[in-house]
Design a protein around this ligand. Sequence first.
Ligand code: RIB
Length: 304
Amino acid sequence: MITMKKKITVVGSINTDFVVTSDRWAQPGETIIGRSFQTTFGGKGGNQAIAAAKLGGEVTMIGRVGQDVFADEYLNNFREHRVKTDGVEKVDTSTGSAYITVAQQDNSIIVVPGANDYLQPEDIEEYQELLKNCDLVILQQETPADTIEYVVDYCHRHGVDTLLNPAPAREIPQAVIDQVTYLTPNETEFALMFPDQSYEEACAQYPKKLIITLGSDGAVFNNGQEHINVPAFVVKPIDTTGAGDTFNGALAVAITSGMDLEEGMAFSNLASSLSVQKFGAQGGMPTLTEMRLHPDYQDHWNLS
Ligand code: RIB
C-alpha cells in the first residue's frame, strides 16, 4: 500500500468563475436567453491544488488574490480542503475572474487575470525554502510568464521536480521545455508548441516528460520504449470545466506517491472522468474515497 504523503506546491492562478449555462452558443452580435448563472471557485492553479488535496496530497498554494469578498471566500475554500495558503497574499486589485459559458457539452472561457498578474519573480524569493522542500511543483500559464520561468529554473537548479500544464496556450521558451520534468498540453496547446510534429514524434523526443491529454481519446506519452495511449473512461459530461485541472492534480498525487507514469495517467483519467459528471470546475473533483469506491478503480494503484 502506498501511504507516503508527498508535498505538492502549486504556483498558479486563483479565479472566481462566473458561469452561465445555455442551450447553445451566442453568436457575435446576438443576444440569447440562458438557463442559469452561478459563481464557483476556479483558476487553473486553485483547481489543481484542490484536485490534488481531495485525492490526499499535502498541498501548499502560491498565488495572489485581490482585496474583495471573492478573495475571502476562496481562502475559506482552500482551508476547507486543507490546502495551505502560506504562499497566498492579498494585493490591491480585484481577484482573478473567469467568464464561462457551458453549452452543448463544452465550455468557453474568458479570463481576466486581476491579482494573478501580481505574482512576480521577485515575490518567489520569499518561497524558496518552500519550493526546495517539496516533492513536486505544479504550474500553469495564468500567471506571468517570467514568474513561471523563474520558478522552473529555480526548481531545476535545486533538483525539485516540476509539472507544467501549459494552459492556456502560449509559446514557451525552449529552456522551460528542457527544464520541466513533466509537460502536459492538451491538443490545442500541443499544436501551438509543436506545430511541425505528430504526437508520436514529439513524445519520442521527450519520453516520460511530454504527456498529451486528448479528452475522450485519453492521454498519450512515450515510456522510453514505445508510444502509449492511456484510454479515457468514457462518460456523458455535464460540465467539462476543470477536467484538465483534475487530471493534472491527480497526476501530481500519483507521481509523488510513486506510481509509474502510465498507471498515474490511468488514475488521472478516472479522476477527470468523475469530475465532468458534476457542475463547476471543482464541483465534481473526486475524493480518494470516491475514487476507491468506483468500479474502475484499480486495487494495485494502492493509494491511501
Ligand atoms: O481550467 C478551468 C479554469 O480555467 C476555470 O476554473 C477558469 O477559472 C479558468 O482559469
